[in-house]
Design a protein around this ligand. Structure first.
Ligand code: 5GP
Ligand code: ZN
Length: 118
């Protein structure tokens, strides 16, 4: 996927404010944060969206979910945080490489629709 922004960030071809990286995933600050902390957690392999994930990605997806608490703690989000995966055009996805938003640092509404990444 030579044309994919998150593949390029994962490959180090486009710079990002990286906070974590291992063989499977990379996490970095969103370029247009909607809250004081707004990270993107991205698998290094290209998966178009959550709807394109399959059973072979089960461990990777579980790893990503479990990583959020570590990343949030490192950002000082001791009071909690929100995770968002926008899926498909109808779900508000604008970059078609699966990614998880990790958002916090300000009181968030209990209404999930009240915080947008756009
Ligand atoms: P989506 O709407 O697909 O769920 O989220 C895409 C996110 O990527 C948006 O929050 C947007 O601000 C972020 N983004 C777009 N381009 C860049 C970029 O070049 N660098 C970084 N760090 N984030 C980006
Ligand atoms: Zn990609």
């Amino acid at each position: 996927m030579s044309d994919c922004l998150f593949c390029k960030i994962a490959a180090g071809e486009i710079p990002a404010k990286k906070v974590f990286e291992d063989d499977d995933v990379i996490a970095f600050h969103d370029i247009h944060p909607v809250a004081p902390v707004h990270l993107l957690l991205v698998p290094k392999i290209h998966i178009d969206s959550l709807a394109h994930a399959t059973a072979e990605h089960q461990a990777l997806l579980g790893k990503m979910l479990l990583l959020t608490s570590k990343l949030a703690a490192e950002q000082g989000l001791s009071d909690g945080y929100r995770t968002i995966i926008n899926t498909g055009h109808g779900g508000g996805q604008t970059f078609f490489h699966l990614h998880m938003h990790i958002i916090g640092g300000t009181p968030l509404s209990t209404h999930v629709s009240e915080i947008s990444t756009q």
